[in-house]
Design a protein around this ligand. Structure first.
Ligand code: AHR
Length: 506
């Protein structure tokens, strides 16, 4: 058994954890929107205004804060006017980003806003900068958010929506260094400034504008972009960072992987922390007051698609390995919540590291779903200081070594909320070892003690275990209540596990 000590200081509050860190992403890609979310009102699958009831209900339980749409790469070929008005008149287009399927535009702005209403979440719209026009972008914002008697707002009213919608988050372009137009950073920065200038605030609606930031380790993009924009033009810049077990040519199977691939996946996922730190350091040079946030608005695992499925649909299974990636990534985002304002795992249903998979009338919740369920208590809480080992060294030990890969056994973060005059701690832990359990001694400062019942949720299974439509609860978190007292408490984490503890301290 491995052992470590986690020091927790409830008095050392560090940053507010934006609920948006627990955000999601939906794209017109494969079976994410159609089948996964939207089946149409005439479907035999129970739905409300075309949205699958089972999927909406499952997502509501996650307290999903924000949903990004319509892409992804698709955003830069999407023309919003194609997706409004009577469905039979909507333009049928070829989705050239994702397999050349015919997109009938039956899910458009009104349907997306309806979905956000049903999910009780903020919409996050990605505007077409790659193949659109400034006028088109400006009019989309007007269509969604303006009141009054203009031709555009009257069009919205004719289409059934009298009041403007509330819209805060607007991304201007997507991956414009790649699928969004193969632009150089200086060219994009100029385009961004022109587009953002015409994305207006109407009435009380205040936009939060996001510029297309870097791909993973492209530090030059961040430097060039940050040197050309300021906080009056952008509230945040995005970062896209996916985890692959090897490299993009050798992504491997989602379910059938070696121990080495497991450890390389976790190691690559943990590497996002270095990437974030380096981008933040560059941002600091140009924005020392931290007026511009970082939004990791695409992240997650990316494997080969499930055998027999369309390679352009990016449909992959989801194992306990993905749960460890999700837990470790969310702990990292929590730890950097002073600068990270949002993160959106890719993607919510049926694509990449999904929360939910669907097959006709059936759905299953993946192990990643359970992690988001367990971590939801961090939303809107305050990050507090927590660290492994002694105060002088803060070395995250023990370390797991496999061939030339070394990763810390423990991933952790701790937050606090005040409830009825008491402090409620949420402690999230993950043991990354495939073989050894990990004993974690939680240590509070001497003046504090754990008081009363602790709710302990545990998710653990063999790394390759996953849920199927015939066995949908094979990997599932379970919750127990334990009596905790004193300022020291030992938690035993089985190999390959994720744990969330909620307990009062005083
Ligand atoms: O999430 C799938 C794709 O990954 C998105 O469309 C794109 O932005 C990224 O490359």
């Amino acid at each position: 058994m491995l052992k470590t000590i986690l020091h927790i200081n409830p008095d050392k509050t560090l940053s507010h954890i934006a609920p948006e860190i627990y955000g999601q992403f939906s794209e017109h890609l494969g079976r994410c929107i159609y089948d996964g979310i939207y089946v149409g009102e005439d479907s035999d699958i129970p739905n409300v205004k075309g949205m699958r009831k089972d999927v909406v209900e499952a997502l509501r339980a996650l307290h999903l804060p924000v949903l990004r749409w319509p892409g992804g790469c698709f955003a830069d070929e999407y023309h919003w006017r194609d997706g409004i008005g009577p469905k039979e008149n909507r333009r049928r287009m070829v989705n050239t980003s994702w397999g050349g399927t015919v997109e009938d535009n039956s899910f458009g702005t009104h349907e997306f806003m309806e979905l956000c209403d049903q999910l009780d979440c903020e919409p996050y719209i990605a505007i077409n900068l790659g193949s659109g026009t400034v006028q088109e972008a400006a009019e989309w914002i007007e269509y969604m958010t303006a009141d009054g008697d203009s031709t555009i707002t009257n069009l919205r009213k004719e289409n059934g929506r009298t009041k403007p919608w509330h819209l805060k988050y607007v991304g201007i372009g997507n991956e414009n260094w790649g699928c969004g137009g193969s632009m150089s950073p200086d060219f994009y920065a100029n385009e961004y400034k022109r587009y953002q200038c015409f994305c207006k605030n109407y009435g009380d609606n205040k936009l939060y504008k996001v510029a297309c930031g870097p791909n993973a380790e492209d530090y030059n993009w961040t430097k060039e972009l940050m040197s050309r924009i300021d906080h009056l033009q952008a509230n945040g810049i995005s970062l896209h960072c996916y985890t692959v077990p090897g490299d993009w040519e050798h992504r491997g199977s989602a379910t059938d992987f070696s121990d080495e691939e497991y450890y390389s996946t976790i190691s690559n996922a943990l590497h996002i922390e270095d990437i974030i730190k380096k981008h933040l350091a560059i941002m600091d040079e140009y924005d020392p007051n931290h007026d511009i946030d970082l939004l990791v608005d695409e992240w997650g695992t990316w494997y080969n698609v499930e055998p027999g499925t369309n390679p352009a649909f990016l449909y992959q299974q989801n194992t306990m390995r993905d749960a460890i990636v999700a837990a470790a990534s969310l702990n990292i985002f929590n730890k950097h919540s002073d600068r990270i304002a949002m993160a959106n795992i890719a993607q919510v249903v049926n694509v990449l590291q999904a929360m939910i998979l669907t097959e006709d009338t059936k759905i299953l919740k993946t192990p990643t779903y359970d992690v988001f369920q367990m971590y939801k208590e961090h939303q809107n809480a305050t990050l507090v200081e927590s660290y492994v080992a002694d105060a002088a060294n803060r070395i995250n030990e023990p370390v797991i070594s496999y061939n030339d890969i070394s990763i810390p056994a423990l991933s952790e973060s701790v937050s606090v909320t005040e409830q009825n005059g008491q402090k409620l701690l949420t402690i999230t832990l993950s043991n990354t070892s495939l073989t050894d359990s990990l004993s974690v001694e939680l240590e509070l400062p001497i003046k504090y003690s754990f008081c009363g019942k602790a709710s302990v949720a545990m998710l653990h299974a063999e790394a390759r275990a996953y849920n199927t439509f015939d066995d949908p609860d094979r990997v599932r978190a379970f919750e127990t209540e334990e009596d905790w007292n004193g300022n020291l408490q030992i938690v035993s984490l089985p190999a390959c596990s994720v744990c969330r503890i909620c307990c009062y301290v005083s």
